[in-house]
Design a protein around this ligand. Structure first.
Ligand SMILES: [Zn+2]
Ligand SMILES: [Zn+2]
Length: 115
């Protein structure tokens, strides 16, 4: 019979071609990310402007595109985008857990009100 075929290397990435939004950290196909990003940034601006001053964050900046191609650089770009979106989270001063600002407000409201 024929010799066994070499197996393709198993890449631990989740879906091929997905990209992480640097604002919300969700995954998108590369085409839908292009549509999503401006909308997401607009939503971010609206939400940020509604927050109390001490919770407002500087606008997230898009990580610079990495040169080269292939899954490695895509993974690196996704990691940079994920880190950028992580920076959007705010720590609770009481318990140290991190939340999105609107969730932090809900969380603090809950923990402040006692029965
Ligand atoms: Zn987003
Ligand atoms: Zn807390």
């Amino acid at each position: 019979m024929s010799e066994s075929q070499p197996r393709p290397p198993v890449i631990p990435s989740r879906r091929p071609g997905f990209q992480v939004c640097y604002i919300c950290g969700r995954e998108f196909g590369s085409q839908s990310l292009g549509i999503h990003e401006p909308q997401c940034l607009e939503k971010w601006r609206v939400e940020n402007s509604k927050l109390p001053k001490h919770l407002r964050r500087p606008e997230p900046s898009k990580p610079p595109p990495l040169s080269g191609s292939g899954s490695y650089t895509l993974q690196a770009a996704n990691e940079a985008a994920a880190q950028s979106s992580q920076a959007q989270l705010l720590p609770c001063e009481a318990c140290g857990r991190t939340f999105l600002p609107d969730q932090l407000l809900v969380h603090q409201r809950k923990s402040v009100s006692k029965p």
